[in-house]
Write a protein that binds this ligand. Structure first.
Ligand code: NAD
Ligand code: UFG
Length: 330
């Protein structure tokens, strides 16, 4: 199949593009490179030995997007494009509502006009807000804690409404937990601009000597070591989840993509130190506003219906993240 990936030059999109090519699909990437670079497109080609069709295009530009659908016969779309920094979304809500919502509206209208109605959407565990019951299932209550989270909830609702109005659409919502790690080659990975917001990219910069120490946000949660717990999932496993979702696309479906196992911040630091031999100096800081104390997935629906389960563990995530970090330094 020919798959169009919006935001395909980004972290999760580039790993999924690689997996799609490995599985025999053709890949068209549309990305404005606002949070990525052409290097990742070249990286996908280097890893797979195959060509990627790339358009540097902002999907806020609907006529440019329509031209791409006119020129390429697209079978399905994976919609990764979006802004994703929680703190930035609080500071600049308009930027987030405009970029994440208008772009999705443009995409959906363009797909409808081009009669392409197969869509896999990048949702997030953020839609569970502060979960009261753990692990979270796809039926757990939904809420948003910040503008970024609202954009995911609104996009999910838009997609539900579109499907309800026209069952000719096939729409799969994938709710990612905490993607980390990199392709084993070390050629593509996560390389955020500026000072990272997320735990693993921050740990990498400290390990590389680019930042002095990690701040651990809170050690007084009701968890065994007091630090917050998340369900970290290797980005390669996440990418494979997209292939399974594509193979079984039909109707409206929602899946958690997580491992089902949570790790605390201190456990992540210790595992990284053990796997890489690098010391991570850290200091305990106040809790970060809006952080849930604990969240991890119940991934059984994806296991049963998609025949997918995460295979890599936290030590693989640490090893591959560090391998990628070393390649960008050298
Ligand atoms: P990323 O920033 O690496 O990739 C997103 C890509 O979209 C970037 O390459 C960016 O340049 C592009 N983009 C943004 N706005 C665009 C626009 N208007 N037109 C064209 N391209 C545009 O992020 P990622 O980590 O790969 O995330 C991909 C998707 O998964 C996002 O929707 C994100 O919200 C979601 N998600 C990510 C995480 C995570 O922790 N990484 C967790 C849950 C969900
Ligand atoms: N943390 C620190 N220090 C840091 C960064 C993070 O202690 O410098 C802690 C956080 O407080 C949290 C944990 O590490 O307890 C993980 O934080 P991340 O920022 O890496 O991830 P979040 O769970 O907060 O959020 C991420 C994405 C969201 C997404 C969510 C669920 O940033 O966009 O995963 O998929 F919605």
């Amino acid at each position: 199949m020919k798959i169009l990936l919006t935001g395909g030059a980004g972290y999760i999109g580039s790993h999924t593009a690689t997996e799609l090519l490995r599985s025999g699909h053709r890949v068209v990437i549309v990305d404005n490179l606002s949070n990525s670079s052409i290097d990742s497109v070249r990286g996908i080609e280097q890893i797979t030995g195959q060509k990627v069709i790339f358009y540097e295009c902002d999907i806020l530009d609907m006529s440019a997007l329509s031209n791409i659908f006119r020129d390429q016969k697209i079978d399905a779309v994976m919609h990764f494009a979006g802004l994703k920094a929680v703190g930035e979304s609080v500071a600049s809500p308009l930027l987030y509502y405009r970029n994440n919502l208008i772009s999705t509206l443009n995409l959906l209208k363009t797909m409808q006009d081009a009669d392409c109605r197969n869509l896999i959407f990048s949702s997030s565990a953020t839609v569970y807000g502060m979960p009261e019951t753990l692990p979270v299932t796809e039926d757990s209550p939904l809420s948003a804690l910040n503008p970024y989270g609202y954009t995911k909830l609104v996009q999910e609702n838009m997609l539900r409404d579109i499907w309800a109005a026209d069952n000719g659409w096939n729409i799969t919502l994938l709710r990612y937990f905490n993607p980390v790690g990199a392709d084993e080659s070390g050629i593509i990975g996560e390389n955020p601009r500026g000072i990272p917001n997320n735990l693993f990219p921050f740990i990498m910069r400290v390990a590389a000597g680019q930042l002095e120490q990690l701040g651990v946000f809170g050690d007084d949660y009701g968890t065994p070591d007091g630090t917050a717990i998340r369900d970290y999932i290797h980005v390669a496993d996440l990418a494979k989840g997209h292939i399974k979702a594509l193979e079984r696309i039909g109707g409206l479906s929602i899946y958690n993509l997580g491992t089902g196992r949570g790790y605390s911040v201190l456990e992540c630091i210790r595992m990284f130190e053990k796997v890489t031999g690098q010391k991570i100096p850290f200091a305990i800081k106040p809790r970060r506003a809006g952080d849930a104390p604990i969240i991890y997935a119940n991934p059984s629906k994806a296991v049963t219906e998609l025949d997918w389960r995460a295979e890599k563990d936290l030590s693989d995530m640490c090893r591959d993240s560090w391998n990628f970090q070393n390649k960008i330094i050298s």
